[in-house]
Write a protein that binds this ligand. Structure first.
Ligand SMILES: [Zn+2]
Ligand SMILES: [Zn+2]
Length: 368
């Protein structure tokens, strides 16, 4: 295992920069916000850790990219910023996300709530879910894993056409696996930064995708025609566990981060680190390092402390998002589905530590 440890000076310059205009902008931030962000280069800080590389197949080793500090982000002429007219993140669900309508609806509301806290200050809107057939995308059965896959580029075209006027971006989410072109095995997601459009699949985030008993194998499937989408009816969807919710929140915020112009982070352990495989994605934290946090704050204009509090509120609110009315139609409606937030507990503890550092008080929450 290798650690990428930058000097205090390097991290300070990456965060604050040496450009007098950006330095003065930094100094105008609230004392609490600066106290927190300065943890990036405080040697004894345990909030922000260096990046660790576990193998040659990790992202940084296999995809060398130039690092992006705050100043480079700030000066990037191609990056997109929300405006009062384009202030909403739209989420379009493609196919079902859960095994029942209730699970599907609740799950997408949890993701919406999470994005609203993460991109604090922007509005997140849900578009009416559509079946795969509505997208008119190509599809296939993967030769290795035997599961159904839909063509990511075709979905992007579909989403681009559906992008509402007030959208900063539109992101599609699906439980069907994706492929970018015939010669590729699969892709977790694909985005067009210039169009502000992205599609991401959570198919491989279920606990069973890589197991031999995976139920999404469509071996017997014979494609009748390119427009026969009936194979997607009742297709296997993994159970929505806390880990699946965590992985999908992580992917969604990482990918939307790219749409804001944040490139892969090479400074500290951070949500914006690239990941080459699921194991590496799981190691990546849910939080942004101060350098990436300053980039996002610069794009959206939130108060960092308020944003952290909103994230804690989302974790604490583990009840169903909408109170259930008395069921009229089916027994299914009677299910009260609590948000499975067990996997977020460690992160909550971390945010509370951050708030304590920022507000210079003792942590009010301690783990045993
Ligand atoms: Zn990425
Ligand atoms: Zn970062």
């Amino acid at each position: 295992m290798q650690t990428i440890r930058h000097s205090e000076q390097t991290l300070r310059a990456a965060l604050i920069s040496k450009n007098p205009v950006l330095v003065s902008q930094y100094e105008k931030l609230g004392a609490a916000e600066r106290r927190l962000m300065n943890e990036a280069f405080r040697p004894a800080s345990d909030l922000f850790e260096p990046i660790t590389l576990h193998s040659q197949s990790d992202w940084i080793t296999s995809h060398p990219e130039p690092p992006q500090d705050f100043e480079e982000f700030f000066n990037d002429p191609s990056r997109k910023t929300p405006s009062p007219e384009k202030h909403s993140i739209y989420i379009q669900c493609i196919g079902s996300l859960g095994n029942t309508r209730v699970i599907s609806e609740e799950y997408i509301k949890w993701l919406k709530g999470y994005c609203e806290a993460f991109f604090y200050g922007l509005t997140v809107k849900l578009l009416e879910p559509v079946p795969v057939t509505a997208t008119k995308c190509s599809f296939r059965v993967n030769d290795n894993t035997q599961n159904l896959q839909i063509h990511a580029g075709h979905i992007l075209k579909f989403l681009k056409k559906k992008k509402p006027e007030d959208a900063f971006c539109i992101v599609g989410i699906t439980m069907i696996d994706l492929y970018p072109r015939n010669s590729w095995n699969f892709v977790f997601g694909q985005a067009s930064l210039t169009d502000g459009v992205g599609i991401f699949s959570f198919a491989r985030y279920g606990s069973d995708f890589y197991s031999s008993s995976y139920e999404g194998k469509a071996k017997a499937f014979q494609k009748k025609s390119s427009s026969d989408y009936s194979v997607f009816d009742d297709y296997y969807i993994p159970a929505v566990t806390s880990v699946l919710l965590l992985r999908s929140c992580k992917t969604l915020t990482h990918e939307i981060g790219h749409i804001f112009g944040l490139r892969h982070c090479q400074w500290l352990a951070c949500l914006m680190q690239g990941s080459n495989h699921l194991e590496e994605a799981d190691r990546r934290p849910l939080h942004l390092c101060p350098i990436c946090l300053r980039k996002l704050q610069c794009a959206i204009g939130f108060n960092i402390i308020e944003r952290y509090k909103a994230l804690v509120r989302w974790i604490d609110d583990d009840s169903a998002d909408t109170p259930r009315v008395t069921p009229k139609h089916s027994r299914e409606d009677n299910v009260n589905l609590p948000k499975p937030v067990e996997a977020f507990k460690e992160w909550k503890e971390w945010i509370i530590k951050c708030l304590a550092v920022a507000q210079k008080s003792e942590p009010s929450y301690r783990s045993n």
